[in-house]
Ligand binder design. Structure first.
Ligand SMILES: C[S@@+](CC[C@H](N)C(=O)[O-])C[C@H]1O[C@@H](n2cnc3c(N)ncnc32)[C@H](O)[C@@H]1O
Length: 166
């Protein structure tokens, strides 16, 4: 598969999964977490899907399109391994959705980061909330949700967070 085809499949999967979760969260309010701002494409889509909801953005740096730079009060700069531990204080209450798009070209480093991210995100999401990610993660109280049928298996992942967390 060409890198162009892979990119199209990836961004299409992101859009389909985020749209699906916006449908499921319709009428529910609360913070949203964007883990990995990058160019800001998915952040911009989240802004459209969840108007008026606070979207807290985590990344080690700001390298987004100028139109997609989040306000300073919703920006948490630094490595996830440093910023997530105190994130609940920053966001004020548990989130209804976390979107993690943090894969890189290094599969081993990405897998190690995903092993860290699941348990680190878990206490930040309220029961019934969702986690959507480009990486597989394993947390006991998360229930895997099948992505929309247009998303090819293993391309993107959705979980609903159950009871029993922090
Ligand atoms: C693939 S990009 C995200 C693309 C974004 N979703 C978009 O639509 O433009 C991944 C981002 O995750 C960030 N990232 C990866 N590992 C990180 C870490 N350990 N701590 C903080 N940020 C990290 C990178 O700096 C990069 O901006």
């Amino acid at each position: 598969m060409s890198r162009l085809d892979a990119f199209i499949k990836r961004v299409t999967a992101q859009r389909e999964c985020l749209n699906e979760i916006a449908r499921r969260l319709h009428g529910r309010s609360g913070p949203i977490l964007e883990l990995g701002l990058g160019n800001g494409r998915t952040y911009d889509h989240l802004r459209e899907l969840f108007p008026g909801q606070p979207i807290f953005v985590f990344d080690r740096e700001i390298a987004a399109h100028p139109a997609c730079v989040p306000p300073a009060e919703f920006t948490v700069l630094g490595d996830f391994r440093d910023t997530l531990a105190t994130a609940l204080t920053r966001i004020g209450r548990r989130a209804i959705l976390a979107h993690g798009d943090f894969g890189s070209g290094d599969p081993e480093r990405t897998a190690a980061l995903a092993r860290f991210m699941g348990p680190a995100l878990d206490p930040l999401i309220e029961p019934g909330g969702y986690v959507v990610s480009d990486q597989p993660m394993t947390v006991a109280r998360w229930r895997a949700i099948a992505p929309p049928p247009t998303v090819e298996p293993g391309r993107y992942f959705i979980w609903q967070v159950g009871d029993g967390g922090a």
